[in-house]
Design a binder for this molecule. Sequence first.
Ligand code: BG6
Length: 317
Amino acid sequence: MVDRANRPQAINAPGAAAPGPSVDISAGGGRVAARLPSGDSVDILLYGATVVSWKSNGGDTENLWLSEKAALDGSKAVRGGVPVVFPVFGPPPPNHGTSSLPQHGFARTSRWEFLGKSTSEDAEDPLSVKLDFGLYSSNLSEEARKAWPYHFGLVYSVTLGKDSLQTVMNVRNEGSDVFEFQMLLHTYLRVKDISTTTIAGLHGVTYKDKVLNSTTAAETHHALSIDGEVDRVYASIPQRTTTVLEAGSPRFDVVRDNLDDTVVWNPWAEKAASMGDFAPKDGFKHMLCVEVGAVNGWQKLEPGDVFEGGQIIKSLL
Ligand code: BG6
């Protein structure tokens, strides 16, 4: 049996009259939405616990890119928003505990439970709402359970603040066997124009270039621009913050917490054209994936142990 002793409690039960942020749950819709009095909002599918919309700036600015052809009906992983990658990043390697899993694992294609919400008021972020989602080995499809037969509990917390979104993953080994995993938060940031978008905070960091046969190199740019397909795994990054700039002005700060790696991905024209769920086809001009994670090697979790890692994204408009 899965031990849910640490399952977060719903401080304000859904639907209860609570001052401050209001949380709407669309019954049967498989979604959880929260909106702060400031107008900031977040919308999350139970399928994959995928954040599909995050608006800030009084609710006027959508910060995430979501494909017009993204499947939102649970038939396949969502193309856009913030899919959760677990327990393997990319195609699984041969002869590993994850070898029978599909690319990026099962978390993004499993239905999570909504565990509840809590609100907080503190000096730094006057009003925020935290939404917790759970995925346990017992919720997995038979196929996924067979492919990765470990007992685990995942709690994914999404906290909406004024002009910020925090997403944190907690992984617990609930079984008696050690397991190894990778995890990553595959955030599709919405940008105005990729040709004037740059990334700071990666200078000097060694990366694996998946476009160039996984060769490694050290980043030479203080402000990295994107002018073609990019698919790079930056590993063991010393700076906690990666900044995305638009026309030289900071647009997003992506702050890692206990996650050392970041993938930068943009499929560009040809790859976008080959993806059936990528629309519009020139959408690559308006998105940039900055994906924080633990993907360089493996996290080993002993029975009873817990790993926690996440990010805070700040919208800097
Ligand atoms: C990125 C990978 O994280 O995800 C890319 O580095 C991959 O190699 C991309 O193409 C999208 O993956 P998927 O499975 O959602 O098409």
